[in-house]
Design a protein around this ligand. Structure first.
Ligand code: GRF
Length: 222
């Protein structure tokens, strides 16, 4: 099996990155985490990646005069490490349409809501304010718009009346740590493909893997 070479872009603690690293440590996983890039030297996930023996670098946005020069440095790292797929994992920068086009159908993102509901910042506050009873997370291929692009997989969790943004975020984060490795496995193996900006399955039973109801949904209903 030829494992796909993956770069993970982070801005902070990198718990989704850690979940991807753990999944990719298994021999039968179709991707390897070959590079981690952070937009700030303060991103705690950089140390975690280095401890795991993964090349990890800060490309500090503040040290570049504009987005184009920042992104060409990202590109250099990606080329140098022969990267085939980029996973955004809590990366707090919006990539330019030019960068997204250069890496068309090769960038995945995880967002902590059931897109297209509640894109952008303050996702959990938005969900609580709207009074939804279900939220969750989405892994999608990055398109030119914000939190936009073909959806690969989603996981749903309940929203409780007593929830704060923090309690909802931590429930969803647990689902993220399951969903992202699963979605990357489907994508890197070629089981899920993007054609004309749409998700195409090469194996119909996979449909069952693309929608996950987190176990607490059922436990809480008993
Ligand atoms: C996650 O909730 C992710 O969905 C969002 O930012 C958070 C990053 O967390 N985009 P971590 O750095 O992966 O722990």
């Amino acid at each position: 099996m030829q494992r796909k070479r993956v770069a993970v872009f982070i801005s902070g603690r990198g718990s989704n990155m850690s979940a991807l690293i753990a999944a990719a440590s298994k021999a039968d996983y179709p991707a390897e985490i070959s590079l981690v890039l952070a937009d700030s030297p303060k991103a705690a996930g950089l140390d975690i990646a280095k401890e795991a023996g993964i090349p990890a670098f800060s490309v500090d946005r503040k040290t570049f005069p504009d987005r184009a020069t920042f992104e060409s440095r990202l590109d250099e790292h990606l080329t140098e490490h022969a990267i085939e797929i980029v996973c955004l994992a809590g990366f707090m920068r919006i990539l330019s349409p030019e960068f997204v086009e250069r890496w068309r159908s090769q960038i995945l993102n995880i967002h902590p809501s059931l897109l297209p509901a509640f894109p952008g910042l303050n996702t959990h506050e938005q969900a609580i304010k709207a009074g939804v009873k279900l939220s969750g997370c989405t892994v999608h291929v990055v398109g030119p718009g914000l939190d936009d692009g073909p959806i690969i997989a989603q996981s749903a969790v309940p929203v409780h009346v007593s929830d704060t943004a923090d309690t909802l975020a931590s429930r969803i984060l647990k689902a993220e740590h399951v969903l992202y490795p699963m979605a990357l496995r489907l994508f890197a193996s070629g089981a899920v493909k993007i054609e004309d900006d749409r998700v195409v399955l090469t194996d119909a039973p996979l449909e069952n893997e693309m929608a996950i109801f987190s176990p607490p949904l059922f436990a809480d209903q008993v």
